[in-house]
Design a protein around this ligand. Structure first.
Ligand SMILES: Nc1ncnc2c1ncn2[C@@H]1O[C@H](COP(=O)(O)OP(=O)(O)O)[C@@H](O)[C@H]1O
Ligand SMILES: [Mg+2]
Length: 347
């Protein structure tokens, strides 16, 4: 192989001028599309380019655009994700563990699942999943980050959007911050089939937004007597805001199935009798030492011990959640609907 005379080379500036492409884009194409660039184009130390580079980079530019359009088209035809908020009246009932493992179970059942850590006080999904996120929800209020940057790759291919303490509640944020956050969340709905939102406990300003925006709300209950009373308080607050989409319950940390069924029945009866709402129970999760052991290893329990009681129970919850879930694209965005609602225009 012979090198052409120096006069035959283009500098990066000349290449930029001839193609009209920014240097960053040229460098990106060099690394991502090397297979489309003829060898002489890539030769040398990256400072000089062969004359043929002009056409080669323009061709790659076209290929890149076509690919992006295809990806956008795919997202378009997939529609919006189901947004399910996991919540509870009081903390420490197992919401975060359930949200993360439920996402993995749904992913195993063929859905593209994403967990959004919206617990503004105690964001810990990334710790439970053993990942170190580059960005968190907090960055959304200050930067226009594309969904691809924000969604971290989690165990078994689930997406994780990490939370950050200090994320301002939408209610307390400036219109600009709110616009950014909701627009980004709406964008995320195009990148998943299912978004599981791990919220904080109670009806504080930060939680409220996510509950009111969600397509469905899942209450995590425990046999603890205060858990039921607090969950009822939250349900009442939600009903007072005219939430009228599906409501579910899961009983966690149950000693046995009889006890779990009794807790679910009492919650559902209270909802029906005093608030006129139906709450469908979608499963029970037994108390299991595998949860603590998995947390200690920063591994979701479904991955740590797939056959543990808690893992089998969680898979059953995922199956119940996905039963009746159709393949047709969902045309409504939860966060768009919420944006319209807080603007005072009811959808
Ligand atoms: N099914 C279970 N069996 C045993 N312990 C559990 C179970 N679910 C959760 N826990 C324990 O409860 C604690 C709180 O769980 P977490 O998911 O952080 O709750 P929350 O998000 O509601 O505050 C964890 O330390 C975990 O070990
Ligand atoms: Mg939590």
């Amino acid at each position: 192989m012979t090198w052409p005379a120096m006069s035959g080379f283009l500098t990066i500036e000349e290449l930029m001028y001839r193609t009209g492409l920014e240097e960053s884009l040229i460098r990106f194409y060099e690394s991502e599309y090397a297979q489309y660039l003829p060898e002489p184009v890539l030769r040398g130390d990256g400072l000089f380019f062969d004359e043929a580079a002009v056409d080669a980079f323009l061709k790659v530019h076209e290929i890149h655009h076509r690919r992006q359009a295809e990806a956008d088209g795919e997202a378009e035809s997939r529609g919006y994700a189901r947004v399910i908020a996991v919540t509870s009246g009081k903390g420490g009932v197992g919401k975060s563990n359930l949200a993360l493992n439920l996402a993995i179970a749904c992913q195993r059942l063929g859905r593209m699942a994403l967990v959004l850590d919206a617990d503004l006080g105690m964001a810990n999904i990334h710790l439970l999943a053993g990942i170190q996120p580059a960005y968190s929800l907090k960055d959304l209020t200050t930067n226009d980050l594309p969904p691809g940057e924000l969604i971290n790759q989690g165990p078994e291919g689930i997406g994780i959007v990490a939370g950050g303490s200090g994320v301002v509640a939408l209610a307390d944020s400036t219109p600009e911050e709110r616009r950014r956050l909701l627009a980004a969340l709406e964008g995320m709905e195009r990148h998943a089939d299912l978004i599981i939102v791990d919220t904080g406990a109670g009806m504080g300003a930060g939680v409220r937004d996510f509950l009111l925006a969600a397509d469905e709300v899942l209450f995590v209950l425990t046999p603890d007597i205060t858990s039921l009373a607090d969950a009822y308080g939250l349900l009442k607050a939600l009903c007072a805001r005219d939430f009228s989409r599906p409501l579910y319950s899961v009983v966690n940390m149950a000693s046995n199935l009889r006890q779990a069924a009794e807790v679910a029945r009492r919650f559902s009866n209270c909802g029906q009798q005093f608030l006129g709402v139906s709450i469908a129970n979608i499963g029970y999760i037994l108390k299991d030492s595998a949860v603590g052991a998995a947390i200690a290893r920063r591994t979701p329990y479904l991955v740590f011990d797939p056959t543990a009681k808690v893992s089998r129970n969680t898979i059953a919850v995922a199956q119940a959640l996905l039963a009746g879930d159709h393949d047709r694209p969902r045309l409504n965005s939860a966060f768009k609907r919420y944006q319209n609602m807080i603007r005072g225009r009811c959808p």
